[in-house]
Design a protein around this ligand. Structure first.
Ligand code: BGP
Length: 486
């Protein structure tokens, strides 16, 4: 008889996820340089964030203080430990280590900060999962090289990797090379992920043609593929025990109808938005549909002779993704649009949406995990998932976030189904385990955490931390290895 696994495997990595620029603050402390994230203003659900290539007085840049993990990390890690975290996904700010990106020597104070953070995690047996670059790069690299459009930036990145791999080779085992690398397939990712400088102040997500240009973005993406592959090879040579993964913003897109034109469109979207990047990073080569897409859209990627070999030799050890919501696609241009994580899509009549219009779809996670695993058959981790919502602090101080518990419960149940379907799922780190700055809107009030941080959209608050109702609930989920969801 073939055995069937209906439970999360022993040693499953339960935890939470964050990113330096949305969490740490201390943007100019300890010798840190200015990053691309540090020049993006706060927005709201209806007012877009702005990129200001010249930082301006009087504007609110939420990464500057964020939730001040830089000074609160001991308290925060203690709370993660109380929930029973096995893993903590965090990113390192490149600018703490190389303030300008192309500096000859690393900044010791920055390295020391992460020594301290890793030591604190170790105290509680929490495994760090480190994203090497999460939506930020030294701003100097944007100004001097136009970011990742310049091949030399891959060298600076690999140099940064060499420094941190050597420094932390005995304390960090799990690494992710780039957060949501596939975001460079969209104009939205141009500055945030590609450090491609816009011309003048510009609305975030609406980069002007010059910087949003597909040709530039795909060239930048190619340089990130090379950087990632070189980092994987280098990492394995420094410590063969390292597990180095890719990270994809998985955009689950259903065909709106069974019209074959919708089916083809949904498949094309899945290919370009989701699988182009992971095919390169997991399989080590550009897939056929990418070559066709480039040809159809007049995109010509400048490559050196050795590039194919570099990509082949730098295949990742595991696959990770974010998953928040799903949308539909249709060949009919008159269908009603709705928001979603990073991409717009069409409304699904069977789903409810969050206050930020992200459609809630736990089954979509099961579908996506099957889709991913059937293709690659390597270990998979869901490293972001969650509900961005407004939380209310009651008169007695309680924060009853039952809506968040419901969301997470549904998604954990869906992951369990995926495990029973045969997906080799090794971990789950819901996004923003402690409230932090929203990447999309720059708001504080779009909260994801189990831990509430007293800070509002205008930057006011004591930064005090409080446990929400979901805190105790998640603790029990971890304790029972995902069995006790009620
Ligand atoms: C992902 C990013 C995160 C994060 C999350 C939630 O795309 O990797 O950095 O912020 O989305 O999005 P938002 O903050 O816009 O609600």
């Amino acid at each position: 008889m073939l055995p069937l696994t209906k439970h999360f495997p022993e040693g499953f990595l339960w935890g939470g996820a964050t990113a330096a620029n949305q969490l740490e603050g201390g943007y100019n402390e300890g010798g840190k340089g200015l990053s691309t994230a540090d020049v993006i203003t706060a927005g709201t659900h209806t007012t877009p964030r702005k990129i200001t290539p010249v930082p301006e007085q009087g504007l609110n840049y939420p990464s500057h203080e964020a939730v001040d993990f830089y000074h609160h990390y001991k308290e925060d890690i203690r709370l993660f430990a109380e929930m029973g975290f096995k893993v903590f996904r965090m990113s390192m700010a490149w600018t703490r280590i190389f303030p300008n990106g192309d500096d000859a020597e690393p900044n010791e104070a920055g390295l020391k900060f992460y020594d301290d953070v890793f030591a604190e995690l170790r105290k509680y047996n929490i495994e760090p999962l480190v994203t090497i670059s999460h939506y930020e790069a030294p701003f100097h690299l944007a100004q001097k090289y136009n970011g990742w459009t310049d091949r030399r930036v891959a060298d600076f990145y690999v140099n940064y990797c060499e420094v941190i791999f050597n420094r932390y080779k005995d304390v960090v085992k799990y690494w992710l090379t780039f957060n949501e690398i596939n975001i460079l397939t969209m104009p939205f990712g141009s500055f945030m992920a590609g450090a491609i400088l816009p011309e003048g102040n510009t609305e975030f997500g609406h980069a002007p043609a010059a910087s949003g240009d597909e040709q530039l973005r795909y060239q930048a993406l190619h340089h990130q593929f090379l950087a990632s592959a070189r980092a994987v090879k280098l990492g394995h040579s420094i410590n063969p025990e390292f597990k180095i993964g890719c990270m994809i913003a998985y955009m689950c897109s259903y065909p709106l109808t069974c019209n074959p034109a919708d089916i083809i469109l949904a498949q094309q979207k899945d290919n370009i938005s989701n699988f182009l990047c992971s095919d390169v990073q997991v399989r080590g080569a550009y897939p056929g549909f990418a070559k066709r897409y480039f040809a159809d859209n007049g995109i010509e990627i400048a490559m050196e002779e050795e590039d194919e070999q570099i990509l082949l030799e730098g295949r990742v050890d595991f696959y990770t993704c974010s998953y928040y919501s799903s949308t539909c696609v249709s060949a009919d241009p008159d269908q009603e649009a709705i928001g979603g994580n990073l991409s717009m899509g069409l409304k699904n009549p069977y789903l409810q949406a969050s206050a930020w219009e992200w459609q809630i779809d736990p089954q979509g996670l099961r579908w996506s995990l099957n889709n991913i695993y059937n293709r690659y058959q390597i270990p998979v981790m869901v490293v972001e998932n969650g509900l961005g919502a407004v939380d209310t602090v009651e008169a007695d101080g309680a924060i009853n976030d039952d809506y968040r518990i419901d969301y997470l419960k549904g998604h954990i149940a869906a992951m369990k189904e995926a495990v029973a379907d045969g997906v080799e799922l090794i971990g789950y780190t819901p996004w923003g385990c402690i409230d932090l700055v929203s990447a999309g809107t720059g708001e504080m009030k779009k909260r994801y955490g189990f831990i509430y941080v007293d800070k509002d959209n205008d930057g006011r608050g004591t930064l005090a931390r409080f446990r929400k109702k979901s805190f105790g609930w998640y603790k029990q989920v971890i304790e029972s290895n995902g069995e006790k969801l009620e």
